[in-house]
Design a protein around this ligand. Structure first.
Ligand SMILES: *[C@@H]1O[C@H](CO)[C@@H](O)[C@H](O)[C@H]1NC(C)=O
Ligand SMILES: *[C@@H]1O[C@H](CO)[C@@H](O)[C@H](O)[C@H]1NC(C)=O
Length: 185
């Protein structure tokens, strides 16, 4: 509890002033498999593009895009149809990535920071200057979390994780214990 409170305060002190004191809206998902990352992860929806999550998926694949930045053609695009893609920040805009995943039939995209060791900074994802739009939801994930998910899948030789999204954490009494252990410091 104390740890959690500390973390929350830390987030506010360190991150909010830079963004006009805006406290982020969070969206949670749980990895169901592989078992070693069976945690509840915290993501933040894009600020001004993409759709809202109005469907709850009890089980859906989270497929790491190949190449990870998903700025153009994907070699594993067929796996993304009707599933959710995990992509990496960098190379092109957040919106471009979202559109690439949408074009492959993805239901949503989770974009992880490319700063692998950064476990505290939620980037606010905003429109680029292109005036294009995207219909599927786009979520931002901490670099550390994205890295740990990818690494686990690589270690197991798995093409995707199975997740549940969104998760209502207020209905889970043990929620705090289900966050990734590397979240705390
Ligand atoms: C995380 O990223 C933010 C923004 O780039 C930076 O201010 C902060 O120092 C980084 N933290 C770590 C632990 O790298
Ligand atoms: C989340 O769970 C709480 C507690 O069970 C419940 O009161 C609330 O309505 C739920 N929220 C949603 C969006 O389902």
């Amino acid at each position: 509890m104390l740890l959690w409170l500390w973390r929350w305060l830390w987030l506010c002190v360190c991150c909010c002033p830079a963004r006009g004191l805006r406290i982020h809206e969070y969206l949670y998902f749980q990895v169901l498999s592989p078992g070693d990352i069976r945690y509840i992860f915290t993501a933040t929806p894009a600020k001004d593009f993409g759709g809202v999550f109005n469907t709850r998926y009890d089980q859906i694949h989270l497929v790491p895009a190949d190449p990870p930045e998903a700025c153009g053609e994907l070699s594993n695009g067929v796996f993304i149809q009707d599933q959710i893609a995990l992509v990496e920040r960098g190379g092109c805009s957040f919106l471009s990535k979202t559109r690439v995943i949408q074009e492959h039939g993805g239901r949503a995209v989770i974009i992880a920071d490319n700063a692998y060791d950064n476990d505290s900074f939620y980037v606010e994802m905003i429109q680029d200057s292109s005036r294009r739009t995207a219909d599927i939801p786009a979520l931002f994930l901490l670099g550390r979390d994205g890295y740990m998910i990818r690494r686990s899948l690589e270690q197991h030789g798995l093409p995707w994780a199975v997740i549940s999204i969104p998760v209502n954490v207020t209905s889970i009494p043990t929620y705090e214990m289900m966050q990734p252990p590397w979240t705390f410091w």
